[in-house]
Design a protein around this ligand. Structure first.
Ligand SMILES: C[S@@+](CC[C@H](N)C(=O)[O-])C[C@H]1O[C@@H](n2cnc3c(N)ncnc32)[C@H](O)[C@@H]1O
Length: 230
């Protein structure tokens, strides 16, 4: 009922949003980067309608359609669809990602968004910024060496979370992470225990962490997952 109210108040019509992007020149990006042979890699992000739909689900699951204007950082921001929806909802949103592929540079420009170019490495601090964020998100995470023989364990995550909390997060800020599946699942039992010890709520690929919340450690947003991996 409550969700229906916010859907009515902030309709976010995918077709209309996709048409708007077309009118701003999205077709040039699609023409340059579409690759029907590569259905799993980054060229799939030229499917704006599909990606906007997922981004809207993600934003609604985090209740960003009903909150005051927030400072949001999305790590591994990809093409930027989630941040674009955040921006349309009135938030101040910024990305952090590698400087590749060039398509992401073009989508960020079209969406009118900014990003920090940075490669996250285990046990290395993120770049110094002059601002802090109410929400730090990361969807379909790859910076943890996803898919390799050296996927991050508790020590790498501990360093990363401590760094984000100390330097990037507002005192009552929230970190929301979505892991990608590894051969053993989204996390080992040891890693799940680590997140739980930190006061996180863990549900499959989803991890919510509100280090200093007055709501207690298990404050979560919408109960539904935001959708696909990668
Ligand atoms: C699977 S994509 C997900 C993109 C976006 N979050 C989404 O859900 O559509 C993973 C993203 O993480 C970025 N990434 C991978 N390794 C990274 C690293 N070490 N540091 C920063 N970004 C990284 C990639 O460039 C890519 O944009």
């Amino acid at each position: 009922m409550v969700n229906a109210f916010y859907r009515w108040r902030r309709p976010l019509d995918v077709s209309a949003l996709a048409r708007d992007l077309e009118s701003k020149g999205f077709q040039k990006i699609r023409d340059r980067y579409a690759d029907p042979e590569n259905k799993k890699g980054w060229p799939k992000y030229v499917d704006a309608e599909n990606r906007l739909e997922l981004a809207i689900r993600q934003a609604r699951a985090l209740e960003l359609d009903r909150r005051r204007s927030l400072q949001i950082l999305d790590i591994g921001s990809g093409a930027g669809y989630f941040l674009y929806i955040c921006k349309l909802l009135g938030h101040q949103a910024i990305g952090l990602d590698l400087d590749w592929p060039p398509m992401y540079f073009e989508t960020f420009k079209l969406f009118g968004l900014q990003r920090i170019i940075w490669r996250i490495e285990a046990f290395q601090s993120l770049p110094a910024l002059q601002r802090k964020f109410d929400i730090v998100t990361s969807f379909a995470i790859c910076f943890n060496n996803h898919g390799s023989q050296s996927v991050w364990g508790r020590n790498e995550w501990q360093f990363f979370l401590d760094d984000v909390i100390a330097h990037y997060l507002q005192p009552k800020g929230t970190i929301y992470l979505e892991l990608n599946p590894e051969p053993w699942g989204y996390h080992t039992p040891e890693l799940q225990d680590f997140f739980l010890e930190r006061g996180a709520r863990v549900a499959g690929k989803q991890i919510w962490l509100t280090p200093c919340s007055s709501h207690g450690p298990h404050r979560t947003f919408g109960s539904h997952g935001s959708g696909k991996d990668k």
